[in-house]
Design a protein around this ligand. Structure first.
Ligand code: GTP
Ligand code: MG
Length: 195
């Protein structure tokens, strides 16, 4: 898919205030610092569209970006990062669950996980929660530029094995690097199939 335009539209703390629209929407979610905002910039080809930072907790609001004047990307705060205060974690948690449960034009969610790490309890619990609530999602492994291909294969296999303890089938899985732009076409083409 060709990205002709990508514009920041609005930030909100509550799903109730998000744009009233029928346009299809895709959200990016995951632990703080996993690379959500960087991935949005990589996909849209605009380095400064979503704010990124080395410090976890950078994205604090529900951010809407309009793509090709016809659909939305949403950047969300991260969940469950230990270095973010408990109060902030709870606030982000409510914002995220409210958004996911009540956003009617949300087509699917991309759950980002750091490809370098072994399966994190919080990510698996989050995916299981999405399953219970009937929220469709895909898994996006991030930062693959930091691994050799054999390490990546090993980590992907370990992750899939863990998820198959809970699930009969795996959701779609993508591998990405915002540094090398790996995975861009596949992810955009997948979105295109859902537009
Ligand atoms: P919060 O908004 O705090 O929840 O974080 P986020 O998930 O939006 O992460 P962000 O995109 O701000 O990236 C966090 C850090 O990881 C930044 O220093 C990025 O440069 C780095 N980063 C993100 N994606 C990649 C990647 O694919 N490869 C490498 N090497 N670094 C990445
Ligand atoms: Mg962010």
């Amino acid at each position: 898919m060709n990205i002709k335009s990508a514009k920041f539209l609005v930030s909100n703390t509550n799903v109730k205030d998000c744009p009233k629209t029928d346009k299809r929407e895709f959200a990016f979610i995951g632990r703080s610092n996993v690379g959500k905002s960087s991935l949005i910039n990589m996909l849209t080809g605009q380095n400064k569209l979503a704010k990124t930072s080395q410090t976890p907790g950078k994205t604090q609001l529900i951010n809407h970006f309009e793509i090709n004047d016809s659909w939305f990307i949403v950047d969300l705060p991260g969940y469950g990062y230990a270095k973010v205060s408990k109060t902030q974690r709870e606030k982000f948690g409510q914002m995220i669950s409210g958004y996911l449960l009540h956003r009617e034009n949300l087509i699917t969610t991309f759950v980002l996980v750091d490809s370098r790490l072994e399966p994190q309890k919080i990510d698996v619990e989050f995916m299981n929660w999405c399953g219970e609530k009937g929220i469709p999602f895909s898994i996006v492994f991030t930062k693959i530029d930091k691994l050799s291909s054999s390490e990546l294969q090993k980590n992907l296999a370990r992750y899939k094995k863990e998820l198959l303890k809970f699930w009969e089938e795996l959701p779609p899985v993508f591998t990405t690097s915002s540094e090398s732009k790996f995975g861009r076409e596949k992810l955009l083409n997948y979105i295109e199939t859902l537009l």
